[in-house]
Ligand binder design. Structure first.
Ligand code: KIV
Ligand code: ZN
Length: 500
């Protein structure tokens, strides 16, 4: 069996509260979705706005392999708007539950059916492929729903879709429901929402029962609790159901990061498949098992989805993971020193801290009585910010005994300072700030601020922190501390003044 994927990140996904994409952003995501191998891209709802139409037009004129589709209500103006965008198909939607028909549309079932049929015919007459879709179908009268689909198919709809609009299905009900509709003789889509956390399970049950296509979004974004997540469905199909899709699974992590960045909807760390902790191990028993044989605590390899395995240092760390980390950091230690480092990492963990790479290096060097001098040191930082000025930073750094002075502007003072640092450390300007966490660790306006950053360079991740009363200073110091670690990992050493 082969399951088809209709990706609706750019339509249902964009309905996530607070998310709005520009036409160019839509295009960039669509190009990547096409590379990913989705069968259909629902690029938006053409009637929404001028900008939305511009975005859909950009996507449909890009010559992508995927079928490009627009959402349309069963009304002529919506179909006309879709036509204006040159899409290949419409996802033509009518509400079918009495709740929606009576309270939202204030119409009768017969009127809704007529609208649906007229719109199918109109869209077809204008050369569009029609996927006829029922909103709130899972709370609809099944005989009415079936009859509406039958008449829609007779009118020329090529596919049908049943939406579980507020996530009311269970996998058992989904199996019966989609099984029944799959007998209507045209390809059937399952469109499931995640209000009870069952969207993926219900979509999989729908496919097993005879649906041939699922509607889903990257990272499961969407209204309220979101839609079924594409990456979870695809990997579950591949790993647990031996069912193929056209998706290039190795791109999933990258795709997920791109959508998170562009929508501003960042993932919970424990999100399946693409979350930052999906392949992270802290507990000693798990890390030891994974190092001996990854399958012990990993159901799939991180590489399968383009992700990376990580061993996290904290109070649950075991000796094997710590040994490996110290070896990677080129810090060979004897058993006595190792125990001291191990105990200090555990006690930091007991204080509720995650131990960053820079913390570990500092602990290890302290125990071993060595000290790597920082290559980059902050001499002076000036920030100008306010409600009527562009945030600007000027920064004076000492880089291997040479002073540099650079300025940067940014969307905020921290961003401006980081821009200035990047300009100063030109050879390492490709360091990316992957994550930035701020915590106020004491109460009140004078709280101590703890900043933890995750920097990426050459595919490697380095974590660093700084705790200070000033949020900007804490951010810049944490960033510089990570930069110093990357420089030292890359073999850049502090030149002694006597060597100059
Ligand atoms: O979930 C839903 O019902 C929908 C329709 C409006 C297509 O997204
Ligand atoms: Zn939906």
């Amino acid at each position: 069996m082969n399951a088809r994927i209709l990706d609706t990140t750019l339509r249902d996904g964009e309905q996530t509260p607070g998310v709005s994409l520009t036409p160019d952003e839509k295009l960039r995501i669509a190009i990547k979705l096409d590379e990913l191998g989705v069968d259909v891209i629902e690029a938006g709802s053409a009637i929404t706005s001028e900008g939305e139409r511009e975005g859909i037009k950009k996507v449909s004129s890009e010559g992508l392999k995927a079928e490009i589709c627009s959402f349309a209500r069963a009304v002529k103006v919506d179909v006309d708007a879709a036509l204006e965008c040159d899409v290949e198909s419409v996802h033509l939607v009518v509400p079918t539950s009495d709740l929606h028909i009576e309270h939202k549309l204030r119409k009768t079932r017969e009127e809704v059916k007529e609208l649906a049929i007229e719109s199918v015919e109109y869209a077809l007459d204008h050369g569009l492929l029609v996927e006829l879709s029922a909103e709130d179908s899972t709370r609809s009268d099944l005989d009415f729903l079936t009859q509406l689909f039958k008449e829609g198919i007779d009118a020329g709809a090529k596919r049908i879709c049943a939406c579980d609009t507020v996530g009311m299905l269970t996998p058992e009900r989904a199996y019966d429901f989609y099984g029944h509709l799959s007998k209507l003789g045209v390809p059937l889509s399952a469109h499931c929402h995640n209000d009870f956390g069952l969207a993926v399970a219900n979509s999989l049950a729908g496919l097993r029962a005879g649906a041939s296509q699922v509607h889903c979004t990257i990272n499961g974004i969407g209204e309220r609790a979101g839609n079924a997540s594409l990456e979870e469905i695809v990997v579950a199909l591949y790993s647990l159901y031996e069912t193929k899709t056209n998706i290039n699974i190795g791109m999933l992590y990258d795709m997920s990061k791109m959508v998170a960045r562009m929508t501003g909807v960042y993932l919970q760390p424990n999100k399946a498949i693409v979350g930052e902790n999906a392949f992270a191990h802290e507990s000693g028993i798990h890390a030891d098992g994974v190092m001996k044989k990854a399958e012990t605590y990993e159901p799939i390899t991180p590489e399968l989805v383009g992700h990376k395995r990580r061993f996290v240092m904290g109070k649950h760390i075991g000796s094997s993971a710590l040994k490996q980390r110290l070896e990677e950091m080129d810090l060979p230690v004897n058993p006595e020193k190792f125990n001291q480092i191990f105990n200090r990492v555990k006690s930091l963990g007991d204080m509720g801290k995650c131990v960053t790479d820079v913390d570990l290096q500092a602990i290890a060097e302290d125990v071993m009585g060595i000290m790597t001098e920082k290559v980059v040191e902050l001499e002076e930082l000036t920030i100008v910010s306010g409600n009527k000025v562009t945030p600007t930073a000027s920064i004076r750094l000492n880089i291997n005994n040479t002073e540099t002075l650079e300025a940067g502007i940014g969307i905020g003072p921290v961003d401006a300072a980081i821009v200035a640092v990047k300009k100063s450390v030109k050879d390492f300007a490709d360091i990316e700030l992957e994550e930035y966490h701020v915590d106020a660790i004491t109460g009140g306006a004078d709280a101590l601020i703890d900043v933890v950053v995750k920097l990426k360079h050459d595919g490697n991740i380095v974590t660093a922190r700084s705790t200070q009363p000033d949020i900007i200073m804490a951010s810049v110091e944490a960033y510089l501390s990570g930069v110093n670690k990357i420089l030292s990992d890359s073999g850049v050493k502090k030149i002694k003044k006597s060597d100059l």
